[in-house]
Write a protein that binds this ligand. Structure first.
Ligand SMILES: [Zn+2]
Length: 255
């Protein structure tokens, strides 16, 4: 039985900036992201209320805020999850590993990397096989890799994770806590597009069945990192870096 939190008040504080976040709309629990190769699930008849901050534009649902890790495993990250996210297991982590190597491969002999939310260790495995000095996976949802790592890392990668985390400030804080200073966080989460106001909840990235509970505007994302003293720079609408002091390995080559 799926039980969702129903907030008593129509306006709640934004999870990022504390501004006013009124109800923005609702989508069915089974609404999944429109990913090539994925399926479209039939509606479950269970509306998931979304809210959007009037100050920073953060779009989120608080419907799962009372869920335990076991609830998420039972209802979202279950055996059917692969149907709505077919690239999860291999294609995406391999592509992300290639991107990391393209960006920072020249420094692999000295680089210590943590892949936060790295699922099945495929990304870190590709980095290790390519000769990266150290590459480890931490993922609280995957038993084998759920042991929090010790210390800090030159590079913390975190792909397609922030949008799954119900508490954006705690999530960015947890990721930030593993970054050395100087050090770099390389992460992905898709920013709301320029025409978001026209798309609203029809935006393809909205998808509770995919576990998307936190969807950032650029301002919201910058504010979340700023809370921990980190600067944000976006390489694309989906790929970003956060840092306090830019490490030498991330400064452009040949300058
Ligand atoms: Zn806000």
């Amino acid at each position: 039985m799926i039980s969702l939190k129903t907030s008593a008040s129509t306006v709640v504080p934004c999870k990022v900036c504390g501004g006013e976040a009124p109800v923005y709309g609702a989508v069915d629990f089974n609404r999944n992201c429109d990913i090539p190769g994925g399926v479209t699930l039939p509606p479950l008849g269970l509306p998931v209320v979304h809210r959007r901050c009037t100050a920073c534009g953060f779009l989120f649902t608080d419907a799962f805020d009372d869920w335990s890790q076991a609830d998420f495993k039972a209802h979202i990250y279950n055996a059917d999850y692969i149907k709505v996210d077919p690239d999860y297991a291999q294609a995406r982590p391999r592509a992300n590993a290639d991107a990391v190597l393209q960006l920072f491969g020249a420094h692999k002999a000295t680089l210590r990397v943590l892949d936060f939310g790295g699922g099945n260790d495929v990304l870190a495995g590709v980095l290790r096989a390519a000769g990266v000095r150290e590459a480890v996976t931490y993922d609280p949802f995957v038993g084998e890799f759920a042991q929090p790592p010790e210390g800090t890392f030159d590079l913390v990668t975190c792909f397609e994770t922030l949008e799954h985390m119900p508490d954006p400030i705690a999530a960015t804080g947890a990721i930030a806590s593993y970054a050395a200073d100087p050090g770099l966080i390389l992460f992905s989460t898709l920013l709301q597009p320029p025409d978001f106001d026209r798309l609203g909840l029809k935006w393809w990235y909205v998808g509770p069945r995919n576990g998307h509970v936190s969807m950032f505007s650029r301002q919201a994302l910058a504010l979340a990192w700023r809370r921990h003293g980190f600067n944000l720079a976006s390489l694309t609408a989906n790929l970003h870096i956060a840092f306090k002091n830019m490490p030498a390995f991330a400064k452009r080559q040949g300058k």
